[in-house]
Design a protein around this ligand. Structure first.
Ligand SMILES: O=C(O)C(=O)Cc1ccccc1
Length: 287
């Protein structure tokens, strides 16, 4: 079946690696095409507008935590649903035409990659200017013109763009992993034959009062539903007002979760369900 997969580009990003891992899971991937987009928000909006079938977006890193633009955009767009989560091990390299580390004055990369290597950067390149880019491979566009610049990207990207590797495995923690979501348009009749292990949702609360979050959390505790993540994001309406993003270790199709969600709706202002899905660990390393 012909299918288009949107991901953060240009080609060679970790998101593209995750998209390829997703493609490998498909039974019939013959006519599947990968479509790179310049930002995570544009990747998600493309699917919401029906211009691509699925988006593969980073959502959380084992060191740096949430990719907030993914959560914020998913909250804003009504029509999207998570189909699958993929966990990818991430190993960063410093790519550059410079002869050695002493020659480097600037390092470009995606903010998550810069953050995941901050200890290494402080130790080996304490005086360089760090410049954030939309993706790790967008950073590579500077290297041919700027011989004293480096970019943090993957070994795969070094191979694709034929760029020299100045240092490798520069992430501060070796077990660096990123979780990606495969997201599609909400299909009303999606019936899953297998039980899903996770459900993601988000809500805002009607009033910022003491204990306002206690009841929503109790609903899950009372039913023995484990939460694997809770994240707050500003509503952007006023300072100190938050949205809460929850991942549950349960399937929203179960009667237990359905009753929890029905009760949760009575305590929330806006409640959004992002779907139930399974998690696949890729390339064998456990995170
Ligand atoms: O920029 C990329 O290559 C991405 O896919 C975003 C990202 C950056 C760093 C770690 C994981 C994902």
């Amino acid at each position: 079946m012909a299918m288009s997969i949107a991901h953060l580009g240009p080609t060679g990003t970790y998101a593209e690696q995750a998209a390829l891992a997703y493609l490998n899971q498909l039974k019939d991937a013959e006519q599947t095409i990968l479509c790179p987009y310049p930002s995570i928000a544009q990747t998600l909006k493309t699917v919401a507008r029906g211009k691509a079938d699925v988006a593969v977006v980073p959502v959380e890193n084992s060191i740096e935590g949430s990719v907030t633009i993914t959560l914020d955009t998913l909250w804003q767009l009504e029509q999207l649903q998570i189909q699958l989560a993929l966990v990818l091990p991430i190993t960063h390299a410093l790519l550059s035409h410079a002869v050695n580390l002493d020659a480097i004055v600037t390092v470009y990369s995606h903010p998550q990659a810069l953050a995941q290597c901050q200890g290494w950067l402080e130790q080996f390149l304490p005086n360089v200017e760090l410049i954030p880019t939309n993706s790790t491979t967008e950073a590579l566009q500077h290297l041919d013109q700027e011989s004293r610049s480096g970019a943090i990207s993957s070994l795969r990207a070094a191979q694709i763009y034929n760029l020299p590797i100045l240092a490798h495995a520069i992430n501060d923690y070796p077990d660096n992993c990123t979780r990606f979501w495969v997201v599609s348009q909400r299909s009303v009749n999606r019936v899953s034959s297998v039980e899903n292990t996770h459900t993601s949702l988000a809500f805002s609360l009607p009033a910022n009062v003491p204990g306002a979050l206690v009841k929503p959390l109790q609903i899950f505790a009372e039913r023995g539903i484990n939460l694997s993540r809770i994240e707050s994001r500003p509503t952007k309406r006023s300072l100190g007002e938050y949205l809460f993003f929850l991942d549950l270790e349960a399937d929203a199709n179960s009667t237990l979760v359905q009753s929890a969600i029905a009760e949760l709706a009575t305590y929330t202002e806006i409640l959004k369900l992002f779907g139930s899905y399974n998690v696949i660990q890729t390339q064998e390393r456990e995170c």
